[in-house]
Design a protein around this ligand. Structure first.
Ligand code: GRF
Length: 224
């Protein structure tokens, strides 16, 4: 449990470009997230996210999954590094490996992921192509606590993105990513402020305005 009002220590796991990592770095630096990223681990040596971390003087580690005989040993190596860095929270940000139940259990309610769809719709891979093919009028992004089953943990926050007539998987992914960069810092801020209370599959946001609401219509009312 994190002391409220303190500054949390965050570890981030990546595999690629790291634009979500960048959003977290920026929001730690501008004070929106009361915390600091103390370690970035990538399973891919060429991930551009590593370069982003280095530019900000953040410690980086490459732990190549291919170098380990089993998933459990790979996860164990990451766990040792994260524990040594004394992280309070681990954020998956475009991390493309499935984690073992042992790792997930070790960081129970201290492990977050961002997924480019409105879970529980479209878990897994090829998410935007599947959302388009389904005919859904909305997709979006989800931040959740990680559970052993892929993309199935308690949901903390979601952003809705309309699917437009001319969308391709790429154009939809691009618009979702813009929302991801707002959503992930928001969820991490709430975690860092100790304002998330997990009750089964539901996450209660403490001290939130219970009456605040907004809704989205697609097609928008004004267009019809
Ligand atoms: C994001 O769309 C994230 O939701 C998904 O992988 C993508 C990572 O992008 N899990 P980036 O590496 O943060 O730019």
């Amino acid at each position: 449990m994190v002391e409220s009002g303190g500054s949390i220590r965050i570890g981030v796991l990546i595999s690629g470009g790291g634009s979500n990592l960048q959003a977290l770095i920026d929001h730690c630096q501008n004070g929106f997230i009361p915390g600091q990223i103390v370690l970035v681990i990538s399973n891919e040596a060429t991930a551009f996210g590593l370069e982003r971390a280095r530019r900000h003087g953040i410690a980086t580690l490459v732990i190549a999954h291919r170098a380990f005989p089993s998933r459990a040993e790979f996860d164990q190596a990451m766990q040792e590094a994260l524990d040594q860095a004394q992280v309070d929270l681990v954020c998956l940000a475009g991390f493309m490996r499935i984690l073992t139940p042992g790792f997930v259990h070790h960081y129970h309610q201290r492990l977050l992921n961002i997924h480019p769809a409105l879970l529980p719709a479209f878990p897994g891979l090829r998410v935007q192509a599947r959302a388009l093919a389904s005919g859904a009028r909305f997709s979006g992004a989800t931040v959740q606590f990680v559970a052993s089953e892929v993309d199935a943990g308690p949901i903390i926050a979601q952003a809705v993105v309309p699917i437009l007539a001319g969308d391709t998987p790429e154009s939809l992914a691009e618009r979702i990513l813009i929302q991801e960069h707002r959503l992930y810092p928001l969820a991490v801020r709430l975690f860092a402020m100790n304002r998330l209370q997990v009750d089964g599959q539901r996450v209660r946001i403490l001290d939130a305005d219970a009456n605040a609401q907004s809704s989205l219509l697609n097609p928008p009312w004004e267009a019809c």
